[in-house]
Design a protein around this ligand. Structure first.
Ligand code: SAM
Length: 164
């Protein structure tokens, strides 16, 4: 379940690479036709479906793995913690949440892209900000995830995996 999926690029790439995987994209109802047109263009409509909802008003749908890509940085700390808490509720024991963003390095001295992205969020949103992998691991632990790990992906992107 990709939370805040937009057109569904991430579930599409995962489904193309792993033919046994089925999944859903969760986003605001208005996004449905954009998601469905994109997923249809790859012939993946039997394995990927759209789940409409508002992550402030609705619980997150249950899934073995949840993903939040470029979601948490839009929101203030209280909202970030609320979203992590909703993700924890939606997971079974042993299930995982994967958060990926342009994360800042832990001592906030190297990763200019992440720091500038954070400045951008501070300008463009009421309370959004980017963060380090250690920040995200700490928030996940505080929320109740039992294990966390941070890993660099490619370019400016890193992920944090939290397991229930
Ligand atoms: C910055 S985009 C991230 C898209 C994609 N995950 C990525 O990594 O490129 C944020 C997404 O969150 C969705 N979104 C914003 N507020 C939402 C809400 N309250 N409930 C559900 N989705 C929301 C937006 O519609 C948008 O698709």
């Amino acid at each position: 379940m990709d939370v805040g999926t937009a057109q569904g690029t991430l579930p599409t790439q995962i489904a193309l690479a792993h033919p046994h995987v089925t999944g859903k994209g969760f986003d605001l109802p208005i996004v449905r036709p954009i998601f469905e047109e994109y997923v249809h263009s790859f012939g993946l409509q039997e394995r990927l479906s759209f789940h409409p909802g508002n992550f402030f008003d609705d619980p997150l749908p249950e899934a073995e793995v949840l993903v939040m890509g470029h979601i948490l940085h839009d929101w203030n700390l209280e909202e970030k913690l609320m979203l992590l808490s909703k993700a924890l509720k939606a997971l079974p024991k042993g299930g995982s949440l994967i958060v990926y963003e342009s994360m800042i390095d832990d001592d906030r001295s190297q990763h200019a892209f992440g720091l500038l992205a954070s400045l951008n969020m501070l300008i463009e949103t009421p309370g959004g900000f980017d963060y380090t992998g250690a920040d995200c691991c700490g928030w996940m632990k505080k929320t109740g995830f039992s294990e966390t790990r941070a890993e660099h992906l490619v370019g400016p992107a890193s992920m944090v995996v939290g397991t229930k």
